[in-house]
Design a protein around this ligand. Structure first.
Ligand code: PGA
Length: 237
């Protein structure tokens, strides 16, 4: 595991964009698992600037959706695919996407998703945020490392942290998530952690016991790079 502490969220985003750029230069046909959430947004904006300056070409990359709420029409403003599209796919000019098919029932959508990821040769790079309850995507606690892509009910902690995204709109209670199996098999993982409210969960994820009650603790078994801003890193030993 590599841990880098950055002095601000902006410096964290610049470093994450450098990491991403180096991975893409190494392998233009990179398959990338893409988190939404607030933390990676500055990074995606920095990547967009690099694309606009023609320093970065993401056109051969395949993006893989990390998670999605259940029961929303595609046009719903809370769609996580919509968020990924606005923040990552469109600005970076990416057309190859593996996503949860909104026209399928949850179980077939998950089966198809896993098959498509397998056909793509697995995940090269997982770009992840850290849930305040230690979830990865919507692998809610408890999730063991073998958990596959599936539908599940969100925990009260995730309902409350996700409420910050949608103003007055309620947070859907169920979701689909790429499984722990896919995340932990990623060739490299980039974990982005920002803010004092992540201090406790970050220290437990990196320094506490590995346990299904903190799914992020299993990231230590991967080729993991953690980029944390100083506020998030303050609780580390
Ligand atoms: P955040 O979400 O980036 O908005 O903090 C992270 C998560 O819940 O996985």
């Amino acid at each position: 595991m590599k841990l880098e502490v950055l002095l601000s969220p902006e410096l964290l985003a610049a470093r994450a964009a450098d990491f991403f750029t180096a991975e893409l230069e190494r392998k233009p046909k990179l398959t990338v698992l893409v988190a939404t959430g607030n933390t990676p947004m500055l990074t995606y904006a920095e990547l967009e600037r690099r694309v606009q300056r023609q320093e970065l070409d993401c056109s051969s990359l395949t993006a893989v959706q990390l998670d999605e709420y259940l029961g929303l029409p595609e046009s719903d403003p809370r769609s996580l695919y919509g968020w990924m599209n606005r923040s990552f796919l469109e600005p970076l000019g990416i057309s190859k996407v593996i996503r949860f098919d909104p026209n399928l029932e949850p179980d077939p959508a998950c089966t198809q998703f896993e098959a498509e990821v397998a056909r793509a040769g697995g995940i090269d790079l997982a770009v992840l945020g850290l849930g305040p309850n230690g979830h990865l995507g919507f692998n809610e606690p408890p999730s063991n490392p073998q958990s596959v892509t599936r539908a599940l009910e969100l925990t009260p902690e995730s309902l409350s942290s996700n409420a910050a995204y949608w103003g007055e709109l309620p947070v859907p209670t169920h979701a689909l998530t790429a499984g722990m199996n896919l995340i932990l098999a990623a060739r490299r993982v980039l974990l982005l952690v920002s803010g004092a409210h992540k201090r406790d969960v970050l220290s437990r994820a990196l320094e506490g016991p590995q346990t299904p009650s903190l799914p992020a603790s299993y990231l230590r078994d991967t080729d993991l790079t953690v980029l944390a801003d100083i506020e998030a890193a303050r609780g580390l030993k």
